[in-house]
Design a protein around this ligand. Structure first.
Ligand SMILES: Cc1cc2nc3c(=O)[nH]c(=O)nc-3n(C[C@H](O)[C@H](O)[C@H](O)COP(=O)(O)OP(=O)(O)OC[C@H]3O[C@@H](n4cnc5c(N)ncnc54)[C@H](O)[C@@H]3O)c2cc1C
Length: 511
């Protein structure tokens, strides 16, 4: 790391040749003589700026993380009597950009959140800030998270934080040392929002999705022995699990699945045959929670990976890092005690966790949508066109107003529903919240659709470019549809919401 000295602007101005090229960014001096040859935008553009203050050009063209990445190697000094104007984020920092955080963290009072939620949010964000460069790399290169990373996230309590409060948390360490008995759905909501804030949707699903839908059937319906073995392994990141229901023939219409499970003559095992499609994390999972059809009907099984299970990566529009798989089960032998719940009652097992899954998708959607809005604010403030900042154009302010008001509306509904989850039994939630959660999910993905559209327009070409300033906007517009399809498509959510409401329609109500 170079020694940091103090220079005058006049001194810096002399270093303006190809072999001796210094620039000033926000009161700091960088020696880019060697780096110029490696500059992705070409060396000439840098050399021409040698000796000058390039702060405005730099922030018009680069994300702040570029400076954070290269400063340790290139920064050689500061300008005398000048103070940096741009705040450098520290891991775990919360945003101070308007609407950059849910209102409680922007100084508003809340009926739901307290200081434990603030500590928790900061602790989770600090962990994610630390792994963010690796997450971005994995997203780009499509690599699966390593076992080491899984175990690191498991030990830090990040995995357990995304699975909901319950006895399965007992004895586990959680971020900010939140005691398992104090952990509530608001903490979990924060965990999902923070995962989405990474801005790397495929990678985020690789560390959050498979187990948060694959594990609940085990801890809710598995035998005590199965629970005791599998739950700690998965929550500590030692094993990876996924949920395998969908097939090429049956997506929304789960009842049409064709995978078969035939009991062996001695009654001790089942033999599974069939195919599963789009199974998140399936490409690298050790365990599979599988829906199959026995002579008594749809039944859920816990299945360990073996040579009779083939998993192939499916190319979707987000990163292969998610490990989305096509799975072939060919004569897979599963012990009868691996049935989750009762034989023939798999549909109830599948339905049992659906509310939670849909609610957590709402958390992820609002987290990702908020980052997009925060970036639009920053961009509109720093990008100059026709001699003005973008934010000075009324039409851009109008777009921001539309984005913010839609997000804040669903965020408030989400907080209200989360409060109900904290105060209703699981059974009551199933009866009373299925409809509202379905409608909330529908609205969260509609809002994402609108926000994505406006954000792309605000970012222009960068909104459809995978790297650089618009990276998060591009990723969002390519992937927000996942939330609109997975866990129940928008059409099904809307329909379910109203059908559920009609269950409570008073018979005597007339106009
Ligand atoms: C990336 C990815 C990851 C996934 N991960 C998993 C996983 O981990 N595990 C798993 O089991 N599955 C997973 N799925 C499957 C996912 O749950 C299904 O895609 C979803 O249930 C919809 O099924 P489908 O795609 O077959 O669409 P279909 O059921 O064929 O429906 C197509 C469209 O028709 C419309 N539609 C369907 N039914 C109705 C209706 N009754 N009324 C009105 N409109 C309707 C909707 O617009 C729907 O989007 C994943 C899918 C993807 C793409």
């Amino acid at each position: 790391m170079p020694e940091i000295k103090v220079f005058s602007r006049a001194e810096v101005a002399k270093h303006n040749t190809e072999d001796d090229c210094w620039i000033i960014i926000d009161g700091a001096v960088y020696d880019v003589s060697t780096f110029a040859q490696l500059h992705p935008g070409g060396s000439q553009i840098l050399i021409e700026l040698g000796g000058k203050d390039v702060t405005e050009d730099f922030y018009g063209l680069h994300r702040q993380e570029i400076l954070i990445k290269y400063a340790p190697r290139l920064k050689i000094g500061t300008i005398e009597n000048e103070v940096a104007q741009v705040t450098m984020p520290v891991p775990g920092d919360l945003s101070t950009v308007p609407f950059g955080e849910p209102s409680y963290w922007m100084g508003f009072k809340s009926a739901y959140f307290n200081e434990s939620h603030t500590r928790f949010r900061k602790a989770v964000r600090a962990i994610y800030d630390e792994i963010k460069p690796d997450a971005i790399l994995a997203e780009d290169q499509g690599t699966y998270p390593s076992k080491e990373l899984y175990m690191k996230l498991g030990e830090a309590g990040i995995l357990a934080s995304q699975i909901g409060p319950g006895p399965w948390l007992k004895g586990l360490k959680l971020p900010a040392d939140i005691k398992p008995e104090d952990f509530d759905y608001f903490h979990e909501l924060i965990a999902h929002q923070e995962t989405a804030r990474l801005g790397t949707p495929g990678f985020a699903d690789s560390i959050s999705s498979g187990y948060s839908i694959g594990l609940p059937p085990i801890f809710n319906f598995g035998s005590p022995a199965l629970k005791a073995k599998v739950v700690p392994e998965v929550l500590l990141g030692k094993k990876r699990i996924c949920l395998a229901i969908t097939e090429p023939y049956a997506g929304s219409d789960v009842a049409r699945i064709r995978t078969t499970a035939t009991r062996t003559a001695d009654g001790k095992h089942f033999i599974l045959n069939g195919v599963k499609k789009w199974i998140t994390n399936g490409a690298f999972a050790d365990y599979f929670t599988v829906a199959a059809r026995t002579e008594k009907g749809i039944t859920m099984f816990f299945v360990e990976r073996d040579d009779n299970i083939e998993t192939k990566q499916i190319k979707t529009s987000y990163s292969p890092a998610a490990g989305t798989a096509y799975i072939t089960l060919e004569n897979v032998k599963v012990p009868a005690e691996n049935i989750l719940g009762k034989e023939g009652q798999g549909f109830q097992v599948i339905m049992y966790n659906f509310n939670h899954e849909r609610w957590y998708i709402c958390g992820a959607m609002t987290g990702a949508t908020r980052v997009v809005i925060e970036e639009c604010f920053k961009w509109a403030n720093q990008r100059k066109v026709f001699g003005k900042r973008l934010i000075d154009q009324p039409v851009i302010r109008n777009k921001l107003a539309a984005m913010v008001s839609q997000l804040e509306a669903v965020e408030n509904w989400l907080e209200n529903i989360t409060y109900q989850m904290c105060n209703m039994s699981y059974e009551e939630q199933s009866v009373r919240l299925a409809g509202p959660i379905a409608l909330l999910k529908y609205q969260c993905t509609r809002v994402a659709h609108n926000v994505s559209d406006d954000a792309c327009q605000i970012f222009g070409g960068r909104g459809i470019t995978k790297t650089g300033m618009g990276r998060n906007i591009e990723a969002f517009q390519r992937t927000y549809k996942f939330g609109a399809i997975l866990g129940g498509s928008e059409e099904i959510m809307a329909d379910l919401g109203i059908r559920q409401a009609m269950k409570f329609f008073p018979k005597g109500a007339k106009l």
